[in-house]
Design a protein around this ligand. Structure first.
Ligand code: FES
Length: 126
């Protein structure tokens, strides 16, 4: 495990930061906790463990300032941001990104992106 160019060894690979903010969302947005982040966080940790993923660290985070995409998380060392809504979403990230090295394109939010259209459609249906 290293961070590529520098050759430094990483303590955790991957290292995931999952926003569980409860009441400090940016103005006009709902915090990740109110959108089910805690259940998704717990499920991701359990699913990774069930699947024997090693070297992983999934940390609780405060507001990551991307509340428009809540619930949101970021996977390092790649720095890939994901907006997640369901347990199937976090399972897909563990299976595809973490275990197979293939990011889950349908859930990625690039820097500056608003919520993916797929997620907007889900919110409107709720
Ligand atoms: S409350 Fe989660 S990104 Fe702001």
């Amino acid at each position: 495990m290293n961070d590529g160019d520098s050759g430094r060894k990483l303590l955790y690979d991957p290292h995931i930061f999952f926003c569980l903010e409860e009441n400090q969302a940016q103005p006009g947005h709902t915090c990740c906790a109110e959108k089910g982040a805690m259940d998704l966080f717990g499920h991701m940790r359990a699913f990774a463990k069930q699947n024997g993923v090693t070297g992983i660290r999934i940390n609780r985070a405060s507001c990551l300032k991307r509340c428009e995409n809540a619930p949101i998380m970021v996977v390092y060392p790649e720095g890939v941001w994901y907006a997640v809504r369901t347990k199937e979403d976090v399972e897909a990230i563990v299976k595809s990104h973490i275990m197979e090295g293939r990011p889950v394109d349908r859930l990625i939010v690039a820097p500056g992106d608003a919520a993916p259209q797929e997620l907007d459609a889900v919110e409107k249906a709720e």
